[in-house]
Design a protein around this ligand. Structure first.
Ligand code: ADP
Ligand code: NA
Length: 331
């Protein structure tokens, strides 16, 4: 079919961050109007590194609540968690047999996440991109909104699709297009401005979580690292100043302004004033989401029912596609 379909996911490996919101979830809200949209809490991905079972279960519910509170609408989009649709794991196995070792060896995120002692990383962490390819291709998704951090994995998805099509002599999987949206596709850590803001960063001060209250947000922004210089007149003056650049990017993304506009607004001012305004702005944008998330997580059965219904809808799309794949592969 020629239908345009979006797939994207978020890991329940902790609380949603401002990075997840600005780089992903906020964009999903707009996409669901234009595309048939499938948004997945990727719990199979989360266990590539150790997760306490109860913590994982709660995080899955909380991430789903965060998506819904941000405006992803269960009536317009399919929202579910990956482990509940068994077809993901099965297609990932088939893709383990399509992808080449050399391809996975080039994945930079594995190198970052595995750290120094690669021998001790899980095999799952290594083949994670094959599971991501399965997530997308199981639905024959045509568009995937991704942050900068996932671009290489999406390339691999395209390679797997092409190799599968050519190995089996079929035109089965579509070409998947990345959708890279907005200026703030990459939000950095508040501690250094150079590593990405991540919910799995051990330091809670490195990120703003969608569950943080007003005082916590203000404190984290106040303590965010900056340099001694005032704000520059133009973004050119942010060269070599990653911490300052990051805060200005965040401000712009939250305010719907370009970095140039933010710079001209604060040119010559110190960071104390700017940070106070940034904290207020963050609270204005995130406060209502935090409130709604709290309401939804307290009302446990609602989120669970959204996930259950979402899994049924997702499986109804996935199963016939997987049956065709069985035919093609010779099962
Ligand atoms: P995390 O590193 O927080 O665990 P995930 O791997 O769950 O993030 O990513 C979920 C989505 O959020 C992806 O689309 C990813 O590109 C996006 N994302 C994650 N971190 C950031 C960030 N710091 N800035 C922008 N987008 C991000
Ligand atoms: Na991640």
């Amino acid at each position: 079919s020629t239908q345009e379909r979006v797939f994207s996911g978020v890991q329940p490996s902790g609380n949603l961050t401002l990075g997840n919101y600005l780089g992903a979830i906020r964009n999903w809200v707009g996409l669901q109007q234009d595309y048939e949209s499938i948004f997945c809490v990727v719990d199979l991905h989360a266990i590539t590194v150790w997760q306490e079972p109860e913590v994982l279960r709660n995080a899955t519910r909380e991430v789903a609540a965060g998506m819904i509170a941000s405006g992803v609408d269960p009536k317009q989009s399919i929202i579910f968690n990956q482990s509940q649709v068994r077809q993901h794991a099965e297609l990932a196995w088939i893709f383990n047999c399509v992808a080449r070792l050399g391809w996975l060896n080039r994945m930079t995120q594995f190198k970052e996440k595995a750290g120094k002692n690669k021998e001790r990383a899980s095999v799952g962490l290594y083949v994670y991109p094959n599971l991501m390819a399965a997530d997308i291709l199981l639905y024959k998704a045509t568009h995937v909104p991704v942050g900068e951090d996932q671009k290489q994995h999406l390339e691999l998805t395209r390679d797997i699709a092409q190799k599968f099509n050519s190995d089996y002599g079929v035109e089965f999987f579509p070409d998947v297009e990345p959708l890279i949206l907005g200026e703030a596709t990459r939000v950095m850590s508040l501690r250094d401005g150079t590593n990405k803001m991540s919910k799995s960063d051990p330091s809670d001060m490195s990120r703003i979580n969608l569950t943080d209250d007003r005082d916590t947000i203000a404190k984290k922004i106040r303590k965010a690292r900056t340099d001694a210089e005032p704000l520059p007149e133009t973004p050119d003056g942010l060269e070599g100043r990653p911490e300052a650049k990051n805060l200005i990017t965040i401000f712009g993304a939250l305010a719907g302004k370009s970095s140039a506009e933010v710079c001209s607004q604060y040119a010559g001012k110190g960071f104390a004033d700017f940070k106070r305004d940034l904290a207020d702005l963050s609270v204005d944008v995130l406060g209502p989401i935090t409130e709604e998330m709290k309401r939804l997580t307290e009302e446990k059965t609602y989120v669970d029912s959204v996930l259950r219904e979402g899994a049924d809808k997702a499986a109804a799309i996935a199963e016939p596609i997987l049956q065709e794949i069985h035919e093609i592969v010779g099962f």
